[in-house]
Design a protein around this ligand. Structure first.
Ligand SMILES: [Zn+2]
Ligand SMILES: [Zn+2]
Length: 132
């Protein structure tokens, strides 16, 4: 079982199985939200331990459609942890347990700032990868 939490530990959750994929989104929104490294979690695998009421959703204006959740007390980025989708991204940085996955893709590499260097061989794309 994989544990996750925010910085202040008001929010705690568990993943009942290993996420399906790990990836890195380099778009400016993920970068600013501090949620570039993401793991994809199946809805049934997310178990809330405490603090769901502290999780707030930032929903960007169109054309951007992906909301970002964070702890309202400490600001920790949690990915799309309130999503109703069957599979949704959760910030890998919020996990306390090493889930054992390696990064499997880089998306929106066209938005990488000059000071950032990719240090693995995972496939890169300028938008969303073909299959996630
Ligand atoms: Zn917190
Ligand atoms: Zn992004």
């Amino acid at each position: 079982m994989i544990k996750g939490s925010c910085c202040c530990e008001a929010v705690k959750f568990e993943l009942l199985s290993v996420p399906s994929t790990m990836g890195t989104c380099h778009c400016s929104r993920c970068r600013k939200a501090g949620a570039s490294a993401i793991v994809f979690v199946k809805k049934g695998d997310l178990k809330w331990v405490q603090g769901k009421e502290h999780v707030k959703l930032y929903q960007p204006e169109a054309p951007y459609k992906y909301g970002r959740c964070f702890c309202a007390l400490c600001g920790t980025s949690l990915g799309e942890i309130l999503s109703d989708e069957d599979s949704f991204p959760v910030s890998a940085n919020a996990l306390d347990t090493d889930c054992g996955l390696k990064n499997q893709f880089h998306e929106f590499v066209c938005e990488i700032p000059s000071w950032y260097k990719i240090c693995d061989d995972a496939p890169q794309s300028d938008g969303h990868p073909e299959q996630v």
